[in-house]
Ligand binder design. Sequence first.
Ligand code: GLA
Length: 376
Amino acid sequence: MNPQRKLLVVLVLLLTAVVAHAQATITKTSFGKTSADENVDLYTLRNVNGVEAKIANYGGIVVSLKVPDRNGKFDDVVLGFKDFEGYLKNDPYFGALIGRYGNRIAKGRFTLNGVEYKLAVNNGENHLHGGIKGFDKVVWTGSENKTKAGPAVVLTYLSKDGEEGYPGNLQVRVVYTLTNNNELKIDYSATTDKDTVINLTHHSYFNLAGEGNGDILNHLLTINANRFVPTDAGSIPTGELRSVAGTPFDFLKPTAIGARINQDDEQLKSGNGYDHTFVINGRPGTLRLAATASEPASGRVMQVWTTEPGVQFYTGNFLNGTLTGKSGKVYQRRFGFCLETQHFPDSPNHPSFPTTTLKKGATYKSTTIYKFSHKR
Ligand code: GLA
């Protein structure tokens, strides 16, 4: 082949690669079967920049999320298991949708319209993350949607009246969109036929150095919150919204997650590290920046935007080296962190907190965006 022809061939190949790369795609494959023989699908979403998310209709679990570092190298930045079987007993809630109620409800009890409801108790004497079989452990109905913003997967689930003790048939819809701006956008909505309570969230564990690549203590974190929600020994809010000023909870300026995590602080001790809701500054209901995390070596940056009043910052304190991740690396303590956007824990028992009551006929709506970029 003469050199000119060779050059032409190389150019054509390059161009084909660029065009193929620049197309947003969504595909569906089988992920496995539940013990009740329900089929579970895995959706692979790819945006025009080659960012890729794999999402299962079991638990709405984000199984992997590959984003570039400062050199264009893609790594999977969420913790997870190698195959579906790993998720059947997903104790740490890796990547899952959480409902009906994210975080705890004290003693699994609350009163609404004069009626006391008793929920499943699955965390000491308390109710955690929707109970024994929360939204993280059910099969949702999935469908694909190619939107202008990017590929999306629509998940719906009908939570029946009385499920895990909650009142009302709750029809839930969650849309995950992988936008062409490198955002994983989550739009939640729900309606009920009887007054109920609701607090949906998402429970990915992030490690911006890549899953399994060490702990997250060097990540720099900013949380746009002047106050946080102190808790008692059972991680139930005391009711106070405390100023972060002068405490290890002040993340108003970028600070390493590990800088103060072992300080002799009563809240850090009872939480085993950070496991607290921060009260996001600004008006709930409007999309605002809740937090920014960055990892110095890769340069990866993640911003979290939300309409929720709070964000639960959890530092993977209960990971203990007993779980092996998808690429064979063992997950040690603090190998991932969560930023779970939500209402405050135990709100149904704290009338002073923003309400989590969803009235019959009303529509619950909430949006959270995890936006990825990198520093030069
Ligand atoms: C939340 C809770 C934690 C823990 C994790 C999952 O962040 O607040 O206490 O349950 O989920 O292990």
